[in-house]
Write a protein that binds this ligand. Structure first.
Ligand code: ZN
Ligand code: ZN
Length: 444
């Protein structure tokens, strides 16, 4: 469902910061790193007119998850028209609107990647600003390939057109499961908001529980003792979950909706009831614990009423855990870029803190599979200061001011990619950090 996509909820009260025991990026950048950034910035400035047209086309032609046909067509055509040699695959991995473009230097080296989101929201258009995500990633990927070409850097650049971020079906997860990221070393992406400028954002993981209670109908006046009340089972469960909420952690959210209360007849003991429950938390291990606790409430309701219960756990998205080495590199480059129109809180280059948001994205699953950064960037807000998934944000996401912010993000991401490709030992440090976190099946 749309509301479980990348949603940034209201201001500071819902953002907590957590200190990290991560050592700062050592300044091992060889001389010339900032020359790359200047070169990247100038290249992207020259591309911005073409990218702005594409950005407007996507924004003006919103298409919902897995129906991004126009965007798929326009973006693959754009990649095929590039002077650099990009190998473009339409409808990649058997997914109609997925695509992959690869720039190969011809020499063995690291493989960096950029994800391009395309989907809009039902009835709301591009109210999540995925047109800006596409523009930033395209700018970043093209600039990286340009620098590789100019400076004969070895390696590859992948661009993944990733459909359907909104909802539960995560195009990135499908591409991941089909091996698309198999040969990729790092994944870069961004997401617009009106709150943060940070590559240290940690998103929320979520899942959905679909629950059914089965009882036995009986006449409520003549022989109620013969009935098993499925609605009672549901109500007991609901009350148990409501009490559980007092003992949850600050980042835990348990949403509940009754989808079938057993019918409208008051003279029949209800034989059937159903509910859905969306659980969110800040880490995948915590989510597992919550699934157990909530399931126990459903079991308790069923037991109390004598009903039977069927619980179906539908996986959502994992929490995005930023790779701090990649994120720190982005922070440094972002801070070095000129900012003619400041929007949102400025990111300090020495910042080393997670910014927790109650938003979810399938980039989370990518971050558990390979080192990833998901840069959150603020765009000039609309008159109502509406965040993602609001009509106000849809308008804001189509402005030139928002596009300019996306271009700055593209520059920063390209500079990170070039660090991966050009700086000795950089990728190893990135991978070592990822292995420490996820290598032993550990979760943070
Ligand atoms: Zn969204
Ligand atoms: Zn989004």
């Amino acid at each position: 469902m749309a509301q479980d996509g990348f949603v940034l909820v209201s201001r500071e009260s819902q953002i907590t910061k957590q200190s990290l025991a991560v050592s700062p990026v050592q300044s091992r950048h060889h001389e010339g790193a900032h020359d790359y950034l200047a070169e990247i910035a100038s290249f992207i400035d020259h591309q911005s007119e073409k990218l702005w047209s594409l950005n407007k086309f996507i924004h003006n032609n919103p298409e919902i998850a897995f129906k991004e046909f126009k965007a798929h067509e326009a973006l693959t055509k754009f990649m095929r028209s590039q002077p650099e040699r990009w190998q473009v695959t339409s409808s990649a991995c058997g997914i109609e609107t997925a695509w992959i473009a690869v720039y190969d230097s011809g020499r063995k080296g690291p493989a960096v990647s950029f994800n391009v989101e395309m989907d809009a929201l039902p009835d709301l258009g591009h109210a999540c600003g995925h047109n800006l995500i596409a523009s930033a990633s395209l700018a970043g990927a093209l600039a990286t390939a340009q620098v590789m070409n100019t400076h004969s850097l070895a390696g590859k650049v992948y661009v993944f057109g990733t459909p359907g971020e909104e909802g539960y079906h995560g195009g990135k997860i499908q591409l991941l499961n089909r091996g698309a990221y198999h040969k990729v070393d790092v994944s870069l992406i961004s997401h617009p908001s009106v709150l943060n400028n940070s590559p240290f954002v940690r998103t929320t993981t979520f899942c959905r529980l679909e629950v059914e209670f089965f009882g036995r109908a009986a006449h409520a006046a003549n022989a109620p003792w013969q009935g098993i009340n499925a609605l009672d089972a549901l109500v007991t469960s609901y009350n148990s979950i409501s009490m559980l909420r007092q003992q949850t952690q600050p980042n835990d959210v348990i949403g509940f909706a009754i989808t079938n209360g057993g019918g409208e007849a008051t003279n029949i003991i209800h034989a059937y009831s159903s509910a859905v429950c969306t659980i969110r938390s800040s880490s995948s291990s915590r989510l597992e614990t919550l699934i157990e606790k909530v399931s126990a409430c459903f079991d308790a309701g069923a037991q109390a009423a004598g009903a039977t219960v069927k619980i179906q756990v539908i996986k959502g998205y994992k929490d995005h855990v930023p790779n701090m080495h990649l994120a720190s590199s982005f922070a440094k480059h972002w801070s070095s870029l000129p900012d003619p129109y400041p929007v949102g809180p400025e990111l300090r280059a020495d910042e080393r803190e997670y910014v927790h948001v109650k938003a979810s994205t399938d980039q989370g699953d990518i971050s558990h599979a390979l080192p990833s950064v998901n840069v959150s960037f603020a765009i000039p807000a609309g008159p109502e200061k509406g965040g993602p998934h609001s009509a106000d944000f849809e308008k804001a996401a189509g402005t030139k001011g928002a596009f300019d912010r996306a271009m700055r993000v593209g520059k920063g991401m390209a500079a990170v990619a070039v660090d991966v490709l050009a700086e000795e030992g950089f990728l190893e440090t990135v991978k070592e950090e990822w292995r420490k976190r996820f290598g032993a099946g550990e979760d943070v």
